[in-house]
Design a protein around this ligand. Structure first.
Ligand code: ATP
Length: 203
C-alpha cells in the first residue's frame, strides 16, 4: 500500500485537504485521533504516562489532564522526549495496524508533526500543505478567534515554512480558494493512483 504522510503548519488546510481526499474514497488515518484514543482511561498509554509523570496528570475521574501534561512537557525538553518515547511506538503500531486493514490503492496518514519528529512514522511520500504566512495567520485568527499575536506565537513555535518546503516530496499550494485546492487534490490523486498501480505491477 502506498502511504502518503500529510503535514503542514497550523491552519495550513490539512483537515480541508483530508476531507477532499476522503470524498474520493481515499482512506485517511489521523495520528492525532489515534493519540487521543490511546490516552483514554484503561488504555496502557495512560498508565505509562501516569507512571512517568505522576498521578497529577490525571483528573479526578481518571481521565488525562491535558493542560497539566502540557505544562510538564513544556517545562523541560527531556520530558517531551519521555512522552514521545511512550506515545510514538503506540501511535505508530496503531497506524500500521490500520494501514494493514485497508483495501485501497493508497492512503493518507495525517501527522501534523511529521517533519518535526526525530523518529517519524515511515511513509512513502510526504505531502505538504503550504500557504503564505499571512494567509495562514488570517485563517487561524478567524477560525480560532485568536489575536494576531497569539496566532503568530503558535506559528513561531512550529517549524519554519522554508524548512518544511525543503523536506516535502509533494506540495499543495493552499493560497487560493476552494476551487484551486480541489483541482490540485484531483491532480495529485491521479498521480498517486498511477504511482500505486506502477508499484503493484512491479511487485
Ligand atoms: P490545524 O493545524 O489547526 O489542524 P488545518 O491545517 O487542519 O489546521 P484547516 O482547519 O483545514 O487547517 O483550515 C484552516 C482554516 O482555513 C479553516 O477555517 C478552513 O475552513 C480555512 N481554509 C482552508 N483552506 C482554505 C481555502 N483554500 N480557502 C479559504 N479558506 C480555507
Amino acid at each position: 500500500m502506498l502511504t502518503i504522510g500529510l503535514t503542514g503548519g497550523i491552519g495550513s488546510g490539512k483537515s480541508t485537504v483530508c476531507r477532499l481526499f476522503a470524498e474520493m474514497a481515499i482512506p485517511v488515518i489521523d495520528a492525532d485521533i489515534i493519540a487521543r484514543q490511546l490516552v483514554q482511561p484503561g488504555q496502557s498509554a495512560l498508565q505509562q504516562i501516569t507512571e512517568a509523570f505522576g498521578p497529577a496528570v490525571l483528573n479526578e475521574d481518571g481521565s488525562l489532564n491535558r493542560a497539566k501534561l502540557r505544562d510538564i512537557i513544556f517545562s523541560a525538553a527531556d520530558k517531551k522526549q519521555q512522552l514521545d518515547n511512550i506515545m510514538h511506538p503506540l501511535v505508530y503500531a496503531q497506524i500500521a495496524a490500520e494501514v494493514a486493514e485497508l483495501k485501497a490503492p493508497y492512503c493518507l496518514i495525517a501527522v501534523p508533526l511529521l517533519l518535526e519528529s526525530k523518529n517519524p512514522y515511515a511513509v512513502d511520500r510526504v505531502l505538504l500543505i503550504d500557504c503564505p504566512l499571512e494567509t495562514q495567520l488570517q485563517r487561524v485568527i478567524s477560525r480560532d478567534q485568536l489575536s494576531r499575536q497569539q496566532a503568530q506565537a503558535i506559528i513561531d513555535s512550529q517549524m519554519s515554512r522554508a524548512d518544511r518546503l525543503v523536506k516535502a516530496d509533494d506540495l499543495i499550494d493552499n493560497t487560493a480558494g476552494p476551487e484551486q485546492l480541489a483541482e490540485q487534490v484531483k491532480r495529485l490523486h491521479n498521480s498517486y493512483i498511477l504511482l500505486a498501480t506502477a508499484r503493484t505491477q512491479s511487485a
